[in-house]
Design a binder for this molecule. Structure first.
Ligand code: SAH
Length: 391
């Protein structure tokens, strides 16, 4: 594979490894993962955790966000913030972002002047357009464009949408998101649909998901599908398995697992994600799943206390997919008390996985299988799926 250089990389800082040889970069990552986790792997397994890379490790991001502003000359620019600053680096195309999303953002940048749309000035708090976010559905090809504005009045909005769709007919919905706060959060709370349904549909592992502007959804769908398939495969679900999906987000793993098990309970802190998860269950007519809103640790404590009526359950599996910080001691202690037959840990941070694994391996669980994934090529991150079994 040709080593592709990025002309923005010094300023942007997003892809710390771009320009390297992909296979040596992958071996480095594999080594890092094995240095952290290898000691937990069973001897027979060869103690090696293999990493799966992408065939085409470019343009994989299906959600793209560009900040809008002006440069020193007063020209309109759009792109990412320079690492550690609030200065925008003007970007025409990014090696890891979906190409059509970048093209839409470029075209919007070019249209602003003739539509007399001012870009937002962070320091003065004046102007209108702050960000443009584009989400592309990998399975349906539908595209959602979100115009993040400081106030809800968008000049000649219908003509603007028409002109944009003339250039990009795949755009199926355009949403105005109002963010009038002085904040570094991209999205505000209010969405006004300008065109289409205000949502797009995507499909992962045979389940449909409705994405609204606010929904959390993994940004690299190709690798995500591989990760979920591996997690489900590791779990060896049976008709009688009771599944807990901790840190369930919009219910992705829950809904996929529900098709192969007795029933699933997802637990998630973010209320909007929980409501998306319930809608997704309904849309897919999946009935053996429910979602609890709250802290996964608190939930696990309650579940472990119910112990006695749980004793009758024949096969118990817990999926856990915590944020970068890993899980909490409260969660892990109750997990052990709940005593599932198998735990499938999906981690986006091998360092916190190693820490949590240290605890679980001292309390009756053994790592059985693991696979690493280059979920965000050229960046420092790495995703690991690990199966743990009760000793
Ligand atoms: N499994 C989902 C989401 C993983 S991201 C997917 O693959 O799409 C991690 C999720 O954990 C986020 O949705 C976040 O809101 C949630 N989260 C963070 N802290 C939590 C906590 N203490 N209890 C429950 N959920 C939490």
């Amino acid at each position: 594979m040709e080593n592709i250089k990025c002309k923005y990389s010094k300023k942007c800082g997003g892809c710390s490894h771009i320009g390297e040889d992909y296979s040596s970069y992958l071996s480095e990552k594999e080594k890092w993962v094995n240095d952290l986790l290898g000691e937990f792997m069973p001897e027979g397994y060869g103690k090696i955790i293999r990493i799966q890379g992408m065939k085409e490790p470019y343009h994989y991001r299906h959600k793209v966000n560009a900040a809008f502003g002006r440069n020193a000359k007063g020209e309109i620019i759009s792109g990412v913030y320079q690492e550690g600053t609030h200065k925008i680096v003007n970007i025409d195309e990014c090696m890891i972002e979906h190409s059509e999303a970048d093209s839409i953002i470029r075209d919007i940048r070019g249209m602003l002047r003739s539509f007399k749309i001012k870009v937002y000035d962070e320091d003065l708090g004046t102007g209108l357009l702050r960000h443009v976010m584009v989400r592309v559905s990998r399975s349906t090809g539908e595209i959602m464009v979100i115009l993040v504005v400081a106030s809800p009045v968008f000049p000649s909005k219908n003509n603007f949408v028409k002109a944009l769709r003339a250039k990009h007919p795949a755009i199926s919905t355009v949403v105005l998101n109002v963010n009038d706060k002085h904040t570094s959060m991209v999205l505000g709370r209010r969405d006004i649909v300008l065109y289409g349904k205000g949502r797009i549909k995507d499909r992962l592992c045979g389940v449909d998901f409705m994405l609204s502007p606010q929904s959390f959804f993994q940004v690299n769908p190709e690798m995500t599908e591989k990760i979920y398939r591996t997690a489900i495969d590791f779990a060896k679900l049976k008709k009688e398995t009771e599944v807990i999906d901790a840190y369930s987000g919009i219910g992705t793993i829950s809904l996929i697992a529900a098709q192969q098990s007795a029933d699933v309970t997802g637990v998630e802190l973010n209320g909007e994600a929980v409501s998306d998860a319930r809608k997704n269950a309904e849309m897919n007519r999946i009935k053996n799943v429910r979602f609890a809103e709250g802290d996964a640790g608190d939930f696990m404590v309650e579940l472990a206390e119910k112990g006695s009526d749980q004793a009758a359950v024949k096969d118990k599996v817990v999926f856990m997919d915590p944020p970068r910080s890993g899980s909490s001691t409260v969660f892990l202690e109750s997990l052990i008390k709940y005593s599932p037959d198998r735990v499938v840990y999906i981690s986006c941070n091998p360092e916190t996985l190693a820490r949590d694994l240290g605890f679980l391996s001292e309390h009756g669980y053994m790592a059985k299988r693991a696979m690493a994934f280059d979920q965000f090529p050229w960046t420092a991150g790495c995703e690991v799926v690990m199966l743990l079994q009760k000793k």
